[in-house]
Design a binder for this molecule. Structure first.
Ligand code: ATR
Length: 278
């Protein structure tokens, strides 16, 4: 999607994937800086490790406690740090690495776009999973003013810890650990259940039924239809997978690097072709 987006914007850049072991993240970032890369994206487990390795953290990275986008910047004659994209050549040698988080905004952008623009304020949400993705989702939903959050996780203590963090940071947020007894507006899967063929549903069918929800969102995008999404559709719910979130975190990263509006439509088409071959 990035290469498609860069082509539309007329940028002579290439987006490449590199496999980096966690204990090599620091030299990998240093190498990219030395070679004057425009920026980097990071995925798990690097999103947390990078917090300690960067010269500067944007408010988004500090707020959500994870970095998925790095932008390299150099100082101009007035002493202002500017993205490397703004230098045609003669990039100064003193370059800093600044970390951002575009995942959190991408989640709510995708929920609105793929499910319902009106959905979030006051919504009743069941969030499945309290790992890295579940944590960012819970905090972001609380920041958006959802009505009540129900948190469920295989390891109960992690759901309790996350609920405590949400309460501390968003004292007015109603939050409860465990399944809702009544109806909810949305179920979000932030567990890894559904990635592998034959995986179970990410909730306990004895304690919750998809008849209780209007919509289902799965952060997983491959496979395109997880057992949860299939069951959600069969129960008459609106259902969407995590491709929109992947798209929007990427589009925001491209905007941070280029200072241009990302061509989201072309990026979506390229992403769908790459991921689903359609
Ligand atoms: P990510 O950063 O992608 O969220 P993670 O932090 O490892 O990855 O979190 C994975 C999530 O999937 C956790 O909520 C995990 O539950 P635990 O906290 O109990 O480990 C959940 N998960 C993984 N495998 C699971 C399984 N077989 N059944 C239920 N939940 C599972």
């Amino acid at each position: 999607m990035h290469n498609a987006g860069m082509a539309v914007l007329g940028l002579n850049w290439r987006y490449l994937a590199f496999d980096v072991a966690p204990d090599q993240l620091r030299p990998a970032i240093e190498g990219a800086r030395t070679m004057k890369f425009i920026g980097l994206n990071l995925t798990v487990p690097h999103k947390l490790l990078a917090l300690e390795m960067l010269d500067e953290l944007d408010e988004s990275a500090r707020h959500w406690g994870a970095v998925n986008t790095i932008r390299f910047e150099a100082r101009d004659a007035q002493g202002r740090w500017r993205p490397l994209a703004q230098w045609a050549d003669n990039v100064p040698e003193a370059i800093r690495a600044k970390g951002f988080n575009t995942d959190a905004d991408a989640l709510t952008w995708a929920l609105r776009e793929d499910l319902d623009w009106q959905l979030l304020p006051g919504a009743r949400v069941l969030l499945l999973g309290a790992g890295g993705a579940g944590r960012v989702a819970a905090l972001k939903l609380a920041s958006e003013g959802v009505g009540i959050l129900f948190l469920v996780n295989r390891t109960l203590s992690k759901a309790e810890d996350l609920a405590a963090e949400v309460r501390k940071r968003f004292p007015r947020q109603e939050i409860s650990v465990g399944y809702p007894k009544n109806k909810v507006d949305m179920v979000i899967n932030a567990t890894s259940l559904g990635l592998k063929p034959g995986d179970d549903l990410p909730f306990d069918p004895n304690q919750f039924s998809l008849q209780q929800t209007r919509s289902v969102y799965d952060l997983i995008y491959r496979p395109a239809e997880t057992p949860l999404l299939k069951a959600g559709k069969a129960a008459g719910c609106r259902a969407a997978n995590g491709l929109g979130m992947l798209l929007h975190q990427g589009a925001q990263a491209l905007e941070l690097w280029s200072d241009k509006i990302a061509p989201v439509g072309e990026m979506r088409r390229a992403l769908e072709k790459e991921v689903y071959g359609t």
